[in-house]
Design a protein around this ligand. Sequence first.
Ligand code: AMP
Length: 411
Amino acid sequence: MNILVLNSGSSSLKYQLIDLENEEALAKGLAERIGVRTAEGSCLMHEAKGKKPYNVSADMPNHDVAMDVVFQALTDPEAGAIRDICEISAVGHRVVHGGEGFSQPTLITNETLAEIDKCSELAPLHNPPNLAGIRACRRVMPDVPQVAVFDTAFFTPIPKRAYIYALPYNLYKEYGVRRYGFHGTSHRYVTARARKLLAQTGMDVSEIKIVSCHLGNGCSASAVVGGKPIDTSLGMTPAEGLVMGTRGGDMDPAIIPFLMRRLDMTPDDIDNLINKKSGLLGVSGTSSDMRDIEAKAEAGDERAALAFDIFCYRARKYVGAYAAAMGGIDVIVFTGGIGQNSPAVRNGICEGLGFLGAEIDPRKNDGFRGEGSISKDNARVRIMVIPTDEEKMIARETAEVVSDLMASARR
Ligand code: AMP
């Protein structure tokens, strides 16, 4: 069964065609600058397994046209992975916000599309482009099942005390103001993978307590007990919690009215400040990219060193808080571009966590590649690095929905 996994952003379309038999990517690609009028124009970078990379510059004024270009690439006689679109059994779409209504991957129908559209109010930057990708796919492949896999769905089980803000309760009831959490597909994948790897060593993982840290351009931490999340750091929007590339995470909410009055800022200015100008970029004043921050800090740049320090300190506080929330901790998982690749950040976060039984082995941590454990052999808490694979998870979940659909059609 070939599943096409699609992640549709405001000006981009990222995809992988996955053969579910061996969970291998047959082709992957990225269409960029969709609907953006620049001198460079839109382009598609595509690569199929065993074939030469295929890059096309083509005018892509919208997602419909971009999808046509992607299908041409997938079926190209030289660079493609399939001969015909009918070799695609289902499409799995990453959808950022599923609100309270979507707790599972869901088959897309006209009704579900309308429901997803309603969630756009909660994720105005993300859900509309997700919907554009879904509509473009349905146009080209009207008979192929399409499934929405929500970034928020994994966190459905978190208890009320973790998702209700201490604000007037009617704001939750009337306007949906609550914690939803994001990066759910990644947290689900890496925590399931950690449990599987540890079960193979003979460990009882039924009630295992994991803090998973997804550290990339966006960052979040989740507390997961026996595979079920009990808390997560991103909130109603992806702005709360840890320090990120351009988002500052937790802060005193009264800073916002202060800035609005003092600097005459509008709600849009505030949105821009907290989402685009803060985090590593805001503190360092130079870069949102952890590689730059580390290099500059190494070279003596004090602001970059401070940004690095705040990033690690704030993540460490979440590990401690979640250990308390779970009544203990057995595993810390690092994933995402920073979590997977930065020994310095992993070290900076775990520094001082020896009292919890979490101690990194520097010989394992430095230069670690792939997946496995980086804690000291006798440490009580396992510290693991697990590369995330959201596409594989979306493909699996899409296949499950489609199999259920076929089974109920047979009954
Ligand atoms: P992601 O959003 O998961 O793709 O992660 C992007 C982030 O990972 C950026 O901040 C990159 O600087 C960071 N990153 C990637 N490779 C490294 C590395 N070798 N060391 C430190 N940070 C890295």
